[in-house]
Design a protein around this ligand. Structure first.
Ligand code: DGY
Length: 420
């Protein structure tokens, strides 16, 4: 397999649809929210102007209330289900009606800090800062209306980790009764064993139908939903992004904005700390409808490292837990503990390794001084890329590349982190 810097650049160039990058051809033919925030980091290694453009095109989809949709349908394609007609939102360009992990502020900050064209970076970051601020305000207002410090997702697609075992119990309460006929396209592009199940899709679309019937109004969705989860990964990513937003506010914001961000940071830190699972040696999500913690040892539960949440003792225990997973799974970091009976090494978020998650975990491990383990995870990621190309995700037991091929965020992680 020719896995070089040039090959990674070629993937971004061939997935470029005019200022935005599709995650991969055919399977995902539009602009995805958190994909683009990571993909911008890849562009920045060889075309800074294009990196900024990625984020600018992303915020074309932002709603007036600050919500940043998970898909922006810039141009039509019949390769994907559910398309704009199923979502039935009112924004132009057409978008989905739910969001995804908020990596935007982190991406803006990284582009700004690493820029070689400082004048360009200053101007473009200054224009994006209010968009990121509006997004963080939306999360607090729409998804934490009681001010608990934890935000909730209302759809597994919002987690970006769609079929994680962490959502199984909460999803079991969602009727598999969509009014929209399901016309899956994903399993025409990728083997069904690597994708969510048919039952998953029936429930995903039932939720979409429900929210569309409430015209995507956040307070109505909040009141009507049978699925409300404080996802540990989203909360960790949001907290990290909040501290990056603070760094942006130091340059572009007002004193009032800085104190508002500081208040959110403090509330989040305290609330996320309470999601520690003592026997599991990592953090866990909360099912807010059942009012119970969700016992599933996922890679998302390691992301508080990326957000600087744990103290040194907890961070060391998390590092040891990752090493333990590495005794069973050849390649780190599987998306579910390989000791969990639900572990499926080829099925999407129920076991496979994802390069973007590895990058976030290693950044956290390095910050806590666990540099040898961080180096191993980076080396595992390079090996997976070398052996199996820039796949969407990888089997942690065999190293096989899975899902979509020529995948943008994997190529972007090669360029900005794993291969240099
Ligand atoms: C998909 O279609 O699989 C996406 O993950 C949903 O955003």
């Amino acid at each position: 397999m020719t896995v070089t810097i040039d090959a990674a650049r070629d993937i971004l160039k061939s997935n470029d649809r005019g200022g935005y990058t599709v995650p991969t051809d055919r399977l995902y033919p539009f602009q995805w929210n958190w994909d683009s925030a990571f993909v911008a980091l890849g562009w920045a290694t060889f075309d800074e102007a294009r990196a900024w453009r990625e984020l600018e095109r992303l915020v074309e989809g932002q709603w007036d209330d600050g919500m940043l949709p998970h898909i922006i349908f810039h141009a039509p394609s019949d390769q994907y289900f559910p398309g704009p007609d199923v979502w039935g939102t009112h924004h132009r360009p057409a978008t989905s009606g739910i969001t995804q992990p908020p990596v935007l502020a982190t991406s803006i900050r990284l582009l700004l800090d690493q820029a070689s064209d400082a004048a360009q970076a200053e101007a473009r970051a200054a224009a994006l800062y209010p968009r990121a601020l509006a997004l963080h305000r939306w999360w607090a207002r729409a998804r934490d209306p009681q001010g608990s410090g934890l935000v909730a997702i209302l759809h597994p697609w919002e987690s970006g980790m769609d079929n994680s075992p962490a959502w199984d119990a909460a999803m079991a309460r969602v009727p598999a009764a969509p009014s929209t006929p399901i016309k899956r396209r994903d399993t025409g592009h990728v083997h069904a064993d690597m994708r969510p199940s048919q039952m998953d899709y029936e429930r995903y679309i039932t939720l979409v139908d429900l929210y569309r019937s409430h015209d995507w109004a956040p307070e109505k969705m909040w009141a009507a939903t049978p699925f409300k989860v404080a996802d540990i990964a989203i909360n960790a990513i949001l907290h990290r992004a909040e501290s990056d937003l603070m760094a942006l506010a130091e340059r572009f914001g007002t004193p009032g904005e800085k104190s508002e961000i500081a208040q959110r940071l403090e509330r989040q830190q305290a609330a996320i700390a309470r999601l520690w699972n003592e026997p599991a040696n990592l953090y866990e999500s909360m099912d807010l409808i059942a009012g119970v913690p969700i016992d599933a040892a996922t890679s998302g539960g390691l992301l508080p490292l990326f957000a600087g949440i744990p103290g040194d003792d907890r961070a060391a225990r998390m590092a040891r837990e990752i090493e333990r997973w590495g005794q069973k799974a050849r390649y780190l970091v599987p998306s579910l503990s390989p000791f969990d009976p639900r572990f499926e090494p080829k099925r999407y978020w129920r076991g496979p390794v994802w390069a973007i998650v590895n990058r976030m975990i290693t950044e956290g491990l390095n910050a806590y001084g666990h540099t040898a383990l961080a180096a191993r995870i980076r080396e595992d990621t390079r090996t997976l890329m070398r052996q199996s190309g820039f796949a969407e995700y990888y089997d942690p037991t065999t190293g096989e590349g899975l899902g979509g091929g020529s995948f943008s965020w994997t190529a972007a992680m090669a360029l900005s982190w794993a291969m240099p």
